[in-house]
Design a protein around this ligand. Structure first.
Ligand code: F6P
Length: 342
């Protein structure tokens, strides 16, 4: 029997760790692993490659995805879903492991309802999938961001500057919150709580007045300005899942701070830097557990399900439930961010 694997949506560290574990389990069951390249596009284009454990066994610590990825949405394309199912069957595939975020897994859920034998594994640096306590890729991104923020702190302190770091996080500010707390940022701005530019400037001035001449501000790319609700996206750049390409709020805020306070300010967009690179031990471990458990779901015939972690236990949840809602920062975490802002 042949089992297909695909990685869709934004890449992250840990994808190859999961692929490695899944291929090992597939071979343990006497099956063959088939890599589908570029996410759902690989099933539209019949872009597939045989995988062996021998060929992936040393990829556990390699960032990104050896299968490549894309933001292809077959549901949006004319006969896209039908083409995916037809090519899946023509390739002689028995089942599919879809590794992705809510976009990729939303497509998996729709295709399951069309009869495709598919299971899902949750991946995203944004950590905004509600059905799992954490997604792999998040810890690696937070650590990359924290190290960058530590660096910005030392150079900001050397120059008595206000440093504004923009990090990824479209709708949920988990990366900004965790990395900001870990790096001891002075102000953390997240999409869940629109902010007032004048309040931020007042906080920076208050620090200056207390002799704290450098301030580190972390702002999620999806953060919004109170009242106006203004967000910052790149003109006309919308992906196949209707997501605008975000960016620019960090520089905007830095400009406002300079204009209003006269303080030297610099803005840095961490962007894809925090999504690349090698996975942390935590992510390698979690992704490995997800890979093994996902193939076990196939063995047990539990399709339409997604692996998840609840506490320290690996569980399985319905795909349709997993993609029905997102996980946002709650009042408690917002309270922590406020308590640590000064
Ligand atoms: O979905 C994860 C994510 O990294 C978001 O945090 C970010 O806004 C988006 O992907 C960037 O997408 P792309 O790499 O396609 O520009």
């Amino acid at each position: 029997m042949k089992v297909g694997l695909l990685t869709g949506g934004g890449d992250c560290a840990g994808l190859n760790s999961l692929i490695r574990a899944a291929v090992k389990r597939i071979e343990e069951y006497g099956w063959e692993a088939v890599g589908i390249r570029y996410g759902w596009r690989g099933l539209l284009d019949n872009d597939m490659v045989d995988l062996s454990y021998k060929s992936v066994s040393e990829k556990i610590g390699v960032g990104g995805t050896i299968l490549k990825t894309s933001r292809t949405n077959p549901i949006k394309l004319k006969d896209g879903a039908e083409t995916v199912v037809r090519n899946f069957n023509r390739a002689g595939l028995y089942a599919l492991l879809a590794i992705g975020g809510d976009d990729t897994l939303g497509v998996a859920s729709a295709l399951y309802k069309m009869g495709l034998k598919v299971v899902g594994a949750p991946k995203t640096i944004d950590n905004d999938l509600s059905a799992t306590d954490i997604t792999f890729g998040f810890d690696s991104a937070v650590n990359e961001a924290m190290h960058a923020l530590d660096n910005l702190k030392t150079t900001g302190e050397s120059h008595d500057r206000v440093m504004v770091a923009e990090v990824m996080g479209r709708e949920a500010g988990w990366i900004a919150a965790h990395a900001g707390i870990a790096a001891g940022a002075h102000i953390v701005l997240v999409p869940e709580e629109p902010f007032s530019v004048s309040d931020v400037i007042s906080s920076v001035k208050a620090r200056h007045n207390r002799g704290l001449l450098s301030t580190l501000i972390v702002v999620a790319e999806g953060a919004r300005i109170k009242d106006s609700g203004k967000s910052f996206s790149k003109e006309g750049r919308i992906d196949a899942f209707e997501h605008p390409e975000l960016g620019g709020i960090g520089q905007f805020l830095a400009n406002e701070i300079t204009r209003e306070s006269g303080y030297e300010t610099r803005a840095v967009t961490l962007g894809h830097t925090i999504r690349g690179g090698t996975p942390t031990a935590f992510d390698r471990y979690l992704a490995t557990r997800f890979g093994l458990a996902a193939v076990d779901l196939i063995k047990e015939g539990k399709f339409g399900m997604m692996v998840a972690i609840h506490g320290t236990e690996i569980k399985s949840v319905k795909l349709e439930d997993a993609v029905s809602s997102k996980k946002f920062i709650d009042g408690t975490m917002l309270g922590v961010l406020k308590a640590l802002s000064y």
